[in-house]
Design a binder for this molecule. Structure first.
Ligand SMILES: Nc1ncnc2c1ncn2[C@@H]1O[C@H](COP(=O)(O)OP(=O)(O)OP(=O)(O)O)[C@@H](O)[C@H]1O
Ligand SMILES: [Mg+2]
Length: 419
């Protein structure tokens, strides 16, 4: 491991774009955050690029801020991918163990991972982003976590395959090229977010991470240390703002300010007589609106989002069954009452997720909104360390970004393990 290696995480959200540069002094020490850039997002809708030029400009601005602070260029960026185009499916790969003595080698594990992809009939307009091994079967022995060094004839891998539309990934790559940098790897947003905020213990116990962004809400479920399920909903905290604009008959700007200053997801806790004077946000406005009414509008949309999460948990047989509870990240997690309302709908313990402590100018990234960007850094570091130590039981396949220029690219892999 080279001293002073730099990592760059770029979270291209629908509301904000966040760039973080971190330096690795040694692998034993936490990464040091040395540069941070944040800029409002343009050209994204519901997690996907709708205008590459605008996205390029906004990314450039966030990256430049971070570069100036770090005094280091933002090369080889780890980028978040979101949007309802993300799909997750279970897949199986089977191979015959290569060595004559039947001992499972690193090569066998790499081959069975390739076999998972080869067996999948992925439509031409979709690309695999991650292949995440869940467990292995070696002859009659099931539920093996790490088969390396074990003996057998037939090796099976159960994996979770996460894919997105090819055009979406290409558009991100094009925007980043226009911004003067290149994509090192794509990571699906809630996987990055979970990396930053969930402990190993929470992943073992069974926990759902819910990232509430501006226009998407995404979830990942971990159990026994493995990623069990992932889903993205094209509804986020920005929809709460839209509902307020309609309900209060005001502009999006005033609705957003009202949400940030007076918003709550728990109307029962608000006195009936508390009013908000909209003229403090815009002199053109003269309405007095009830704070409880504001909270009722927010509650309706937030509850809808959480019912969606609950039905996803029900679909995988984990409704009310995750001892590690739910952890909220993303800007929407900061809404007062978000924790209580989530507890009520999911009937689970709930907490807000803050990124794991890093060194350097940590205070700038110590918020749930930075969970994705920090997770990108941690996964980029783990990927780098993987090049130095093979840990197949915990691999997370990540497609290197250059590959999206080629149609038959899914066979070229860089593999990454979750630390
Ligand atoms: N203190 C706060 N209270 C309530 N809501 C907040 C707060 N801070 C931010 N938000 C909301 O969080 C949302 C933005 O969250 P975030 O920055 O995580 O989204 P994003 O990553 O840009 O979007 P996406 O992940 O959907 O592409 C906005 O709707 C904003 O209003
Ligand atoms: Mg986001």
């Amino acid at each position: 491991m080279s001293r002073g290696h730099y990592y760059v995480g770029l979270d291209i959200g629908s509301a904000e774009i966040r760039a973080v540069i971190a330096q690795e002094i040694s692998f034993e020490e936490p990464l040091r955050v040395v540069g941070v850039g944040t800029t409002p997002s343009f050209g994204m809708r519901r997690g996907v690029v709708v205008d590459t030029d605008s996205v390029a400009k906004a990314c450039n601005s966030a990256l430049e801020q971070a570069e100036r602070m770090a005094g280091h260029p933002a090369d080889n960026v780890a980028v978040s991918v979101s949007g309802a185009e993300i799909a997750c499916q279970n897949a199986l790969g089977v191979i015959a163990v290569g060595r004559a003595d039947g001992e499972v080698s690193e090569d066998d594990i790499a081959r069975v991972l390739e076999e998972v992809q080869a067996r999948l009939t992925m439509p031409l307009n979709r690309e695999i982003i991650h292949v995440i091994p869940k467990d292995y079967r070696l002859d009659d022995q099931k539920n093996i976590k790490d088969p390396l060094g074990m003996h057998g004839v037939r090796l099976e891998m159960n994996a979770l395959v996460i894919s997105s539309s090819t055009s979406h990934l290409k558009n991100i790559s094009r925007s980043l090229e226009q911004a003067g940098t290149s994509v090192e790897s794509f990571v699906v947003e809630p996987i990055a977010s979970a990396e930053a905020v969930l402990s190993t213990k929470q992943k073992e116990l069974g926990t759902v991470l819910i990232n509430i962004g501006g226009s998407t809400t995404s979830m990942v479920v971990f159990e026994d240390g493995d990623l069990l399920h992932l889903s993205v909903l094209p509804v986020g905290s920005g929809h709460i703002t839209n509902d307020l604009a309609i309900g209060l008959r005001t502009s999006i700007e005033v609705a957003e300010a009202v949400k940030l200053q007076y918003g709550s997801a728990t109307p029962d806790e608000i006195g009936k007589k508390e009013d908000v004077d909209l003229s403090i946000f815009d002199s053109q406005e003269d309405a007095l609106v009830s704070r409880r009414h504001i909270a009722e509008i927010i509650e309706a949309r937030f509850e809808e989002i959480m019912h969606f999460i609950n039905s996803e948990l029900k679909n995988i047989g984990r409704e009310e069954l995750l001892p590690g509870g739910a952890v909220l990240s993303g800007g929407g997690a900061l809404l007062p009452g978000a924790v209580d309302l989530t507890k009520r709908v999911l009937r689970l313990p709930v907490q807000i997720g803050y990124p794991k402590p890093l060194g350097g100018i940590l205070d700038q990234v110590d918020t749930p909104q930075f969970a994705t960007a920090v997770g990108l850094l941690l996964l980029a570091q783990a990927n780098q360390s993987h090049k130095h130590s093979f840990a197949p039981g915990k691999m997370l396949g990540i497609v290197p970004a250059g590959i999206h220029d080629m149609m038959n690219s899914i066979r070229r892999w860089s593999k990454q393990f979750l630390p």
